[in-house]
Write a protein that binds this ligand. Structure first.
Ligand SMILES: [Fe+2]
Length: 167
């Protein structure tokens, strides 16, 4: 059976979003590794801008749908990975002056960004397990992603109230 248009668009958008986020996370890790805090700040800002729509889509629209297909713990982990990523970019963006980030913090940040990067790679594969979704659901998800893209929130604007799963 051929794929329906919405699922094709969604699949492509989902993959390109993840490729983009993975690249930025990688750049951020490299900047932290080089202790280039000014550079890390620019990259964190880029991540904040570019990840917002995708993160909102996942947390508000996509992950809730996944709860019917994946174990609760796995879903919880997806949210927690986002929290770690957000904590990292907030720390980098809020440090003022930026050189106040000390070695210990760089280590923590690197661990968080690393976890986020791994998350992005794993999350990008989730779409392939979406074969079970109905075409109506896929159409709906596609429209939600388009909506978030048009709204283009910053990641730091989405708010942790949406991020925090009930623990
Ligand atoms: Fe994702």
């Amino acid at each position: 059976m051929s794929m329906l248009p919405a699922s094709r668009y969604l699949s492509q958008a989902f993959q390109s979003d993840h490729a983009c986020l993975e690249q930025i996370a990688n750049n951020l890790k490299e900047a932290l590794c080089n202790r280039d805090i000014i550079g890390a700040r620019e990259i964190a800002n880029e991540l904040d801008r570019k990840a917002g729509a995708h993160i909102a889509f996942e947390e508000i629209d996509f992950y809730p749908v996944l709860t019917s297909y994946l174990p609760e713990q796995q879903i919880e982990k997806l949210y927690l990975d986002h929290i770690a990523g957000l904590a990292a970019i907030e720390l980098i963006l809020n440090s003022n002056p930026p050189n106040e980030i000390d070695q210990r913090q760089i280590k923590t940040l690197t661990a968080h960004v690393n976890a986020f990067e791994m998350h992005v790679a794993e999350c990008g594969k989730l779409f392939s397990s979406m074969g079970a979704l109905s075409s109506i659901r896929l159409q709906d998800l596609w429209e939600r992603l388009v909506y978030w893209r048009s709204k283009a929130p910053r990641w730091t604007e989405i708010g942790e109230r949406q991020l925090t799963p009930e623990l």
